[in-house]
Design a protein around this ligand. Structure first.
Ligand code: C2E
Ligand code: MG
Ligand code: MG
Ligand code: MG
Length: 286
């Protein structure tokens, strides 16, 4: 065992580890009641076409509204839920809720739901998706599922089948955080998908050098060659948007346009208004 800071350093390190472990335990035990208590809520973040800057869809991002602790972000509980297997129940809830919510949004928009690798390797996934569509009456093409490269490469043969089955149902498939996993380009060609979501880490670097723009253009070209679209994640400035447009990206998502917000923020009596960014949200976050 390495000891960097002497005895005091260790004590500090160990008590920190203790706190982390305690928090994990707390999360795990609280999660069991969270679904029944109705703690979970889906926030939505708009996705816009770069041409015309109109809302084309919304990504559902889960939040845990704990009765005492307030809002807990997904990064703090999804990993715990994945380890305990509870993600299957939570993921099923998110699929059903997302499909229901989509019915309140304009007909020509979609809702994108994130799938954990654990859900992706669950044998019942296609049935769960079919049920959510049937129960909500949402046309399949209005549902997009976000899958990470890591999930796809765990069991390639099975992943190919599952993605093909979902695509056959008419569901759209997006590869999330593209560029951060270790996609082997030769097997990317074997998967059925409709969109590559270029990870925020590329967008962050856009203004620093010309290389990043060239890399993004290349991803756009690759994606087109495979018959898919591209969306850039984490767009925070107008300059980034300009560079992404130059690189040929189809769509964007990020704080520059809107932060994730409750469904009601985006529901409007008038579909034409609903496709524009709500002024209140835009004004607060630009
Ligand atoms: P993700 O799917 O890559 O989602 C994008 C994350 O980036 C979201 O964080 C979003 O709020 C944040 N983001 C969006 N625009 C910007 C920006 O301009 N700048 C910055 N700095 N961040 C931006 P969030 O909501 O905390 O979600 C984190 C991750 O948790 C998601 O990453 C996704 O992997 C996971 N997650 C969220 N909801 C679900 C869910 O329902 N099921 C599963 N399995 N995972 C989920
Ligand atoms: Mg996502
Ligand atoms: Mg993402
Ligand atoms: Mg990301």
């Amino acid at each position: 065992r390495a000891r960097a800071e002497g005895v005091g350093g260790w004590t500090c390190f160990e008590s920190e580890m203790g706190r982390v472990a305690d928090y994990r335990h707390w999360v795990e035990s609280e999660l069991t009641d969270a679904i029944d208590r109705g703690d979970f809520v889906l926030y939505y973040q708009p996705q816009l076409s770069l041409e015309g800057e109109r809302i084309v869809g919304y990504e559902a991002l889960i939040r845990w509204q704990h009765p005492q602790r307030g809002i807990i972000p997904p990064n703090e509980f999804i990993p715990v839920a994945e380890e305990s297997g509870m993600i299957l129940q939570i993921g099923k809830w998110a699929l059903h809720q997302g499909c229901h919510d989509a019915r309140l949004l304009p007909d020509d928009t979609y809702v994108a739901i994130n799938l954990s690798p654990v859900q992706f390797s669950d044998r019942n996934l296609t049935d769960t998706v079919r049920q959510a569509l049937e129960e909500s009456g949402l046309p399949a093409h209005r549902l997009e599922l976000e899958i990470t490269e890591t999930a796809m490469t765990m069991d390639r043969i099975e992943a190919r089948k599952v993605m093909a089955a979902l695509a056959d149902m008419g569901v759209q498939i997006a590869i999330d955080d593209f560029g951060t996993g270790y996609s082997n380009l030769s097997y990317l060609m074997d998967f059925t998908f409709h969109k590559l979501k270029i990870d925020r880490s590329f967008v962050c670097r856009l203004q620093d050098d010309d290389t990043t723009g060239a890399v993004i253009s290349t991803i756009v070209g690759l994606s087109r060659a495979l018959g898919a679209e591209t969306l850039a994640e984490g767009v925070e400035t107008a300059d980034q948007a300009t560079l992404l447009r130059a690189a040929g990206c189809d769509s964007v998502q990020g704080f520059h346009y809107a932060r994730p917000a409750p469904l009601s923020t985006f529901v409007s009596a008038n579909d034409a208004d609903a496709r524009l960014l709500p002024r209140a949200v835009g004004a607060t976050y630009h």
